[in-house]
Design a binder for this molecule. Structure first.
Ligand SMILES: Nc1ncnc2c1ncn2[C@@H]1O[C@H](COP(=O)(O)OP(=O)(O)OP(=O)(O)O)[C@@H](O)[C@H]1O
Ligand SMILES: O=P(O)(O)OC[C@H]1O[C@H](OP(=O)(O)OP(=O)(O)O)[C@H](O)[C@@H]1O
Ligand SMILES: O=C(O)c1cccnc1
Length: 494
């Protein structure tokens, strides 16, 4: 199914900032609409003070671009917009232009589930200026959020060290799409199940859950509540044991588990949702093991995240399954990824690329000109060595030299013959999709594989090692010269 179209109606073409449409109108009016342009989507800083990000959201972006067409409804709305003086904002000729508009750009993108770093283009759009500009905001909406949440999920999965991670966040998510898109991204990052049933249906991944405190409160006795739940789900019951007194709850769960066993069924687990999770899980494990239930799993929930999971493990908690909600799906400690979309080049009348950059007082905010690709070098041990951002429109020197754009004395020469992969893959050519979208389990497996290839020092939570990413030498020189030429122009005119 096409998630963007089928969930949100036939057209998402108005899901953009007004300024994209006013610029489109301006380009159309001034005859620049068809001029060829290149834009790059990238972020400037790893989320969560971490050492990497996991890119996600491309499938949604592909589906959005495939469906990009203005409906009569959309056009009627745009025709109704008025300027400050009460005239129509957009003239009829432009509305007719939009009516026949079809997406004809080339798109290259880094596959979902790839480990990525600041300043690397995750998506490159090449094509008519009007179109390439128009898609800025929706592409950012679709990629920023899922990349953020997939990264959070990867961190949580890493902290869980192979334990089952379930996503419980729908009730705290930022609206309907926040819940659905987060469930998808969480799966990409490594969670194995969600409590969100619609996400299970749409994305085809496992749904799982326990029960709420209200189930226990609906009966006179906790033990009776557990019994009734077990009658309904003899082999799939996970009892929430902390409604009144956690360890008494565990004892009641054991009584019901014993009765279940006489009928040939096994209790699946118990869930702890409050109190000292280390102490309670250790005590619960002891009680369960002593009663002959070593396979009953212990699920924990309660405002957990990667830091708490890591700490609980360090304390010796006996938890084997983690139910994670709020702090995962809302990316609690960093609620947005600051992805941006910047122009890298414009084709001039002679057919040559004119390289473009956005200058900033802050070096980190100066964009990189070119038609960019990311080349990842990989060691003989199959570990990531360094990433080089290069300009595909120009020939590359034989010897790869990577220069840190924020400290030009910081350079890394890559030995000749080092294996490499170019990360941006063709996704659209002339508006036609040429990329076969992988399945979600394939994307999840890719994330895990990629994380194994990244050195643990770049994966740690506290002060991670900065993975080397830089500009290819000739691109660095071109960027520096372009910055200098702008600065000279500024100096001359002041
Ligand atoms: N051993 C532990 N070490 C560190 N943090 C813990 C430990 N056990 C629980 N926590 C975390 O401490 C926070 C507060 O726990 P607390 O037991 O006070 O929960 P609570 O929400 O107040 O309980 P209740 O749901 O009964 O109101 C939660 O985020 C919980 O995950
Ligand atoms: O803690 P999270 O990571 O967000 O995980 C989801 C939470 O949702 C449920 O709580 P509920 O809505 O009943 O609230 P409460 O447990 O905080 O009272 C559940 O018991 C978890 O605690
Ligand atoms: O199934 C559960 O235990 C669950 C689902 C959503 C939120 N909290 C818990």
């Amino acid at each position: 199914m096409n998630f963007t179209r089928d969930l949100y109606g036939t057209s998402l073409s108005l899901l953009t900032d007004l300024y994209q449409l006013t610029m489109a109108y301006g380009y159309w009016k001034s005859g620049l609409a068809e001029k060829e342009a290149v834009f790059h989507l990238y972020f400037r800083k790893n989320p969560f003070e971490g050492g990497y990000a996991v890119c996600a959201g491309l499938e949604y972006a592909v589906q959005y671009l495939q469906s990009l067409q203005f409906s009569e409804d959309d056009l009627a709305y745009l025709s109704s917009l008025k300027s400050a003086t009460g005239q129509e904002l957009f003239e009829t000729g432009f509305i007719n232009y939009l009516r026949q508009l079809k997406f004809t750009c080339d798109v290259d993108a880094i596959p979902e589930g790839t480990v990525v770093f600041p300043n690397e283009p995750l998506i490159r759009v090449t094509g008519p200026l009007l179109q390439a500009q128009l898609v800025e905001t929706p592409l950012l909406t679709l990629i920023n959020f899922q990349t953020l949440i997939a990264t959070k999920a990867a961190r949580i999965t890493e902290a869980a060290q192979g334990d089952l991670v379930m996503e419980f966040g729908m009730r705290r998510a930022q609206g309907v799409d926040g819940a659905l898109a987060a469930a998808r991204a969480v799966f990409i990052g490594g969670a194995k199940a969600t409590s969100n049933v619609l996400a299970g249906k749409l994305f085809g991944f496992p749904v799982k859950g326990t029960h709420a405190h209200s189930w226990v409160m609906a009966f006179e006795e906790e033990e009776e509540a557990f019994e009734k739940y077990a009658e309904a789900f003899p082999n799939d019951s996970v009892f929430l044991v902390d409604t009144y007194d956690t360890l008494e709850g565990v004892k009641n769960a054991i009584k019901v588990a014993q009765k279940l066993r006489t009928k040939g069924s096994e209790l699946a687990g118990i869930r702890l949702d409050s109190g000292d999770l280390t102490y309670l899980s250790r005590e619960a494990r002891k009680l369960l093991d002593e009663a002959g239930f070593p396979n009953v799993s212990i699920v924990a929930s309660n405002d957990l995240d990667e830091y708490l999971i890591a700490d609980l493990k360090k304390q010796g908690a006996r938890i084997d399954t983690w139910g994670i909600g709020t702090r995962l799906v809302t990316a609690y400690d960093q609620p947005a990824l600051g992805g941006v979309y910047k122009m890298g080049a414009l084709r001039d009348e002679k057919g040559n690329w004119q390289y473009k950059l956005k200058l900033s007082e802050q070096l980190a905010k100066t964009s990189t000109p070119g038609v960019l690709q990311v080349r990842r070098f990989i060691s003989e041990e199959n570990k990531f060595v360094a990433d080089m951002i290069c300009n595909e429109a120009e020939p590359l020197p034989e010897q790869a030299l990577i220069i840190d754009p924020f400290d030009f004395t910081h350079r890394k020469a890559i030995p000749a013959g080092t294996r490499h992969e170019d990360l941006l893959m063709p996704v659209f050519r002339g508006g036609e999709q040429v990329y076969k979208l992988p399945s979600l389990p394939e994307i999840q497996a890719r994330t895990q594989q990629q994380l194994r290839q990244l050195d643990p020092s770049s994966r740690r939570f506290l002060n991670p090692h900065v993975y080397p990413v830089g500009l290819e030498e000739t691109l660095f020189e071109m960027k520096t010269n372009l910055v200098l030429s702008y600065r000279k122009t500024e100096a001359a005119s002041s």
